[in-house]
Write a protein that binds this ligand. Sequence first.
Ligand code: BGC
Length: 718
Amino acid sequence: MDIWSYTQSGYREEDTVTNGNRFLVGNGYMGYRGTMDEWGKSEFAAVNLAGVYDQNGDKWREPVNAPNGLFAVLSVNGETVALGKTTAQKHTQTVHFRRGTHSRDTLFAPVRIRSERFVSMAEKHLLCSRLTLTFSEDCQAELLTGIVTDIWDINGPHLFNYTYQADSILLAEARTGELNIPVAAAQSVKAGFDCAEKRESTETGVYRRLSFNAEAGKSYVIDIFSAVFTGLDDKEPGKQAYSLCQKAAESGFESLLSAHRAAWEELWQNSAVELQGCDEAARALNASLYHLHSIAPRHASALSIPARGLSGQTYKGAVFWDSEIFLFPVFVHTEPELAKTLLRYRIETLPGALKKAAEYGYRGAFYPWESQEGGAEGCTDYNVVDVFTHRPVRTYFRDKQIHISGDIAYALWRYYEITGDLSLMREGGAEVILQCARFYLSRAHSRLDTDKVELLDVIGPDEYHERVGNNVFTNQMAAHCIACSLELPELFPDSSFFDDLIKKLDYEDDFNLLKKLLPLLRPAFEEGEIIEQFDGYLELEDCDLETVRGRLLDEREYWGTNHGVAAHTRIIKQADVIAMMALFPSQFSDKTVERNWRFYEPRTEHGSSLSSCMYALTACRFGQPDLAWEHFIKTASIDLEGGGKNWAGEIYIGGTHPAANGGAWIIAVLGFAGLSVLNGELTANPRLPSQIKSLRFPVTLRGKRVCVTVTHDGWTVE
Ligand code: BGC
């Protein structure tokens, strides 16, 4: 088995959506779905852009898909040849993880079509494709290629007032509807043979027709280059796209590919985990890291990663806690600069979080549950549509999932703990932590008849139980955030930085209140006890997962909210108490973790791809990595298998699963190898399952790369 690629043979129409995700290529600036060269809107071809959003009317705000400049469809003797419409005798589609490319090889009766495509890791605006056409008979061939502007959108259209230019370089320019952001795509081609060229623009784009007399047995190679720029990159995105396409054609496919491959190789040098003992697992882990690298915003200084990456407009292209809890750990250990980029996004979007808190009548920073650019809240009041009545259902994710602010403070603190680097704290991280702590201070309830302080009416990671009291994960996160805010002065003993900050934020009184609040809010745990997920959880119906599943009337039904099948039971969507234990390992003994694991795991639907990672990680911690194995395989292979839920009620939630991709690395490195880095010092505590013989992986410590090898007998570091 080649652990560095994945190939699917044969064509099945029903795989179109999943394959678009599975075979995605991207570079953090944009993602190109794994569709055929000749496909369009109805097969969900899309060039998904990072950080550019638009709202059409009162539909959901979502990221913008750019015009598709790699479109190419062949006709032979006047007949269109297209997968899905023309019978293919053989067809394979491959994603090459190490080189960061996608290829297809399809044999139709008159012609074999091969293509290799990449979104350049060396030049963020560039997409390249090489088409190789080999004919089985002499014929008249015509390739229609160009920039398609009739594109797939979930809540679109988003681009208006198109203008076209049809020189040797094609150009399509438009503007977004809401913010009037210009978006431009250009295309150039280089044919390795003589052909006649005609150009045209239509309602659906701007194209060129390349016609030639094809000879049987001969191969014809055409290289296609497309560039995408927006008004967020440059004042004249059209000019930039045009000139980049010109340069790309001059440089040629081979040299662009080699620069792209070199950039990918460097990423792998910093991050590849060599897993010996199980090729399937090794490949799934490579696939996970491939997907993460394809969407990581290396081109920006402050940007984060949407919950479905760059695979489409699902989940409104928004950033969730996934970034801090499931993606940040990978990057802080392998590419700390990128970890900073993710966290700077939260620092830059602090004004949005302050505004949201104020809208709800609180002080401090209440971060958006689904964060879009500038920290705008993308989560709507009605985030699910009921499958029976087709009516929107009032959900409370945006109002009540208050652990988000604590999750962000947690990652900022971890960045400091792991690297010992205070720069992020100075750049605004300390202010974020203080503002998050202030939010919890104003959100907490105290009662007149007891000295109890509570966080009431919240939603924890388990979203199936809404509006509960004292979700232990939330209380723990809030308490940790407050504790960090109180520890902050110790980080800056000899500078006026912190005193100035306290003055600027008028924080003196809050500081004193937080000191009082912390012991009252921090949950107390008894050794070996089953920790109740929230007040009253243990009084809910105790039935098994299959019983609850059996009550579904429609498989797309949403399990949470008032009428959901799980809401009145102890069945939970995803790790909650166990997620807390995974994130605060030193606070729970192995015995307590194991007891809670064995209690909660059978009661967990794992309805979120975030869940298994936490169960796997904790199973390693209490010394049972074999219990983690299945969760590891499930997490690591999610985008190869096309797993995960596609529907929440009537809302499509499919796409790639960055949190699970990050989760796969977390399980392997922080779980199986037991890596722990504190203040730049590294240790390991191997807990390898029987399927794995050894793991070898790089870690970046204070700018230097070290390599850790872990076997059943111990660990070494070079
Ligand atoms: C999960 C959340 C997660 C979101 C985005 C939801 O299904 O319950 O925890 O943040 O998906 O991945």
